[in-house]
Write a new protein. Structure first.
Length: 85
């Protein structure tokens, strides 16, 4: 999730949860589940690495793994994946 700045009004929610309340431990667990922790940890700035236009360009495989981690982080009852490879 991009966090270039904190909102001055309101809040940013992920599945109804304020992202400021999401602990780094929870993010790390989700990335381990999605098999993304290894490549994220190998980056020079790890979880603080900027991605996108002004930062690192992710491979399609890494984008998929991060998307899965984000889905896992929302703690769904069922997570249905179709053609994720």
């Amino acid at each position: 999730m991009e966090r270039f700045y904190d909102p001055t009004l309101g809040e940013v929610l992920l599945d109804g949860e304020n992202i400021k309340k999401i602990e780094s431990r929870m993010i790390e667990e989700a990335t381990k589940t999605a098999h993304a922790h290894g490549f994220i940890s190998s980056l020079e700035k790890g979880y603080e690495t900027q991605v996108g236009r002004a930062g690192l360009t992710l491979t399609d495989e890494h984008k998929i793994k991060i998307s899965i981690a984000r889905a896992v982080l929302s703690n769904p009852s069922i997570l249905l994946l179709d053609e994720v490879t």
